[in-house]
Design a protein around this ligand. Sequence first.
Ligand SMILES: O=P(O)(O)OC[C@H]1O[C@](O)(CO)[C@@H](O)[C@@H]1O
Length: 629
Amino acid sequence: MAMATTVHPCSTSSTCAAGVSPSSHSTTLSFSSLAPTRRYPSSFPNRRTPILSLCSPLQANAVSSRTSEALVDVAAFKAKAPLETDPIRLWHRYLDWVYQHKGLGLSVDVSRIGLSDEFVSEMEAKFSKAFSDMAELEGGAISNPDEKRMVGHYWLRKPELAPTAFLKKQIEDTLERLSVFAADVVSGKIKPPPCPAERFTQVLSVGIGGSALGPQFVAEALAPDNPPLKIRFIDNTDPAGIDHQIAQLGPELSSTLIIVISKSGGTPETRNGLLEVQKAFREKGLDFSKQGVAITQENSLLDNTARIEGWLARFPMFDWVGGRTSEMSAVGLLPAALQGIDIKEMLTGAAIMDEATRVRSIKQNPAALLALCWYWASDGVGSKDMVVLPYKDSLLLFSRYLQQLVMESLGKEFDLAGNVVNQGLSVYGNKGSTDQHAYIQQLREGVPNFFATFIEVLRDRPPGHDWELEPGVTCGDYLFGMLQGTRSALYANKRESITVTIEEVTPRLVGALIALYERAVGLYASVININAYHQPGVEAGKKAAAEVLALQKRVLAVLNDASCKDPVEALTLEKIAERCHSTQQIEMIYKIISHMASNDRLIIAEGLCGSPKSMEIFTGECNVEALYE
Ligand SMILES: O=P(O)(O)OC[C@H]1O[C@](O)(CO)[C@@H](O)[C@@H]1O
C-alpha cells in the first residue's frame, strides 16, 4: 500500500554529482507499515566523531515596528499606583479583587498584581471588543482568518452551542462512540488478539504537541493509582526514547492499545513513532492492526492508513478544533476514559467555566481577570515571563501544558492588521515547593523579568488519610506554608503574582482549569489583536528540517558514487559540497556527516575526532542499486 505524500519540496534546484536531482530527493512521509531498509551492514566499523555543540541561539529581534498607539501605557499606571504594602489595605485589596466561583470551588486572586480600577476602566474598550470577538467565535465565525477556519473547542463541552445541527450531532456521536469503546476495552469486551492477557492492560499514546500535552497533563493529574489501563507516551522522534517506552512495555506490548494522535495526520515525529512501534510489533510477531487506534482528521494520511490497514478503531479530530485546545475532544477524552477518569465530569467542569467566562465584566470574569493581569504585568507586549507554580505534584505538567497553549497561541510576529508586533508571553515552571530549591532564589532577588502564577490546592489528601507529623502540623501544612511564604516573600520584593485556588484536583476542576486558560488566551489575543489560532512560525523549522534531510540524501548519493569507484574515493567536505552543488551548505554537510559517522553509517578516514578541515569521508561499501536510483 503506497500512502506516501510529498511534504516539503527541496528548496534548491541544483543537481548533485551522483546525477540525482534534489527534487527527486524531497522528503516524503508515509504511514506505511513497511520498515525502511537498512543500507549498512551491522558489522560496519564503530567509529566515533566528537559530539558537536549546537548552533548559537538565534538573536531575538531587538527592534520591532510595533504599533504602539494601540497599546495602553501600563507604565504610566504603574507609576501612579505603586504596589500596596500595608497589610490591612492589602487584605481589603484581596477582598476587593478576588474572584470566587463557589459552585466549582475555584478562586482567582489578583490582589498581588498592581492593577487599579482606573486601569480597568482604561482597558474596558479593549475587553468589550474581546468579549464580542469571543461571542462571534462561539457563534461559528471564521475566527482563524488565514486558515479560514471556525474555532469551536467550546462546543465540545456544550454541543448545543455548535452553529449547525450537523456539528452538534458529530460531537455527540463521537463522545458516545468513544465512551462505549473505552468502556468495552476496560471491561474486556474488546480484547487484544489471543495472548496471555485477557484484556488490554496498557495504552501507548503516540503524538506530539497538542496531541500529547493535554493527555499527559490529565494522566498525571487524574489517573488513579491503579488505572484499568496504564498509559505511556511517545512524543518525539528520539529513537532511544522510543526504544525505552517499548522496552518498558516488555511482554505487555501484546496487550497494549496503541493510540496514534495527529490532527493533520502527517506530523513526522508521530509518523516515525508509529513506524517504530509497528516494527516492534512485527519483530514480536504481533498484528498491529488489531491493537491500533487512530485519532485524526477524516481522510488525513493517518486516517487513510488506519482505514486501509483495518485498525481496531478510528475517531475524528475536527477541523475546527486546534491541537492545543483539543483536550476535550477525542484526543484527550479517549486516553482519559481508558484510565478510568470521569470524562463527563471534565466536560461539566469546562462547561461551567465557559459559562463563567462569558460574563462581559472584567472583574466578574476570571479569564478576563487573568488576561488583564497578563497585560498589566507584561506591559501588553510580553515584557515579562509567566512562571507557573502549581503546589501539587499531580499538577506538575500544567505548566508544560500551558506553555504550548499560551506561547503557540500568543507568540506571533504580526497582528491582525499585518503590523509586525512580535507578541507573546513566555511560560515556564514546574511545581512548588520543589522549585523553591532550584530557581526561586533568582525570582526573589535576581532579574525582575517575570510574574508568578501560583496554583493552590486546598485539599491535601483524600479525607481520612491525614496525620500530624509534628503536633498540630501535617505534611500538607508545610506545602501550604511554602506557597504562602513564597507568595509573600516575592511580593515583599515587588514581584507580582496571581493565585488560582482550587478545592481539590478532580476531573471537574481540571476541566475548569483548562477552560479558564483557553478563554484567557482567547480574550488576551483579541485584546492585543493577534490570531491565537494559527502557528505559522512552526512551519519554518519543519521546512528547514526537511531541507536538511533532503541534503543528507544528496550527500549520501555523492558519497556512494565515490565509494563505488575503484579504488574507493574518499572525499573532503569541500568536494562533497561541490558535487552536491551546495557549497553554501558546507557547515550543514559537516554536521550531517558527523551525525552519520557517530551512528556508524559513514566512515571518516582519519578516524575518531576527524577535523572539519582535513577529514575525508567514504561510505565503507558500494550500494550499486543506489547508483541507479
Ligand atoms: O496533531 P498534529 O497535526 O500531529 O500536530 C501536532 C502539533 O504540531 C503543531 O502543529 C506545531 O507544529 C501543533 O500546533 C500541534 O499541536
